[in-house]
Ligand binder design. Structure first.
Ligand SMILES: [Zn+2]
Length: 54
């Protein structure tokens, strides 16, 4: 699992992100880094909110 340190240092999540912020962070993260898979729970949250992950 490679960590894209440059991307991470430029994309910090706030200490207490909202669910929407986490979804958006992981959506962009997934395209730039593969250190952590998109959590299934968050995918479900996105789906229940009608948020497209494409
Ligand atoms: Zn990462």
């Amino acid at each position: 699992m490679a960590i894209n340190i440059r991307w991470h240092s430029a994309h910090k999540l706030s200490a207490e992100p909202t669910v929407e912020e986490k979804i958006e962070w992981h959506r962009v993260h997934e395209k730039n880094c593969d250190c952590t898979p998109f959590p299934k729970k968050l995918k479900d949250e996105a789906a229940s909110r009608g948020i497209s992950l494409k």
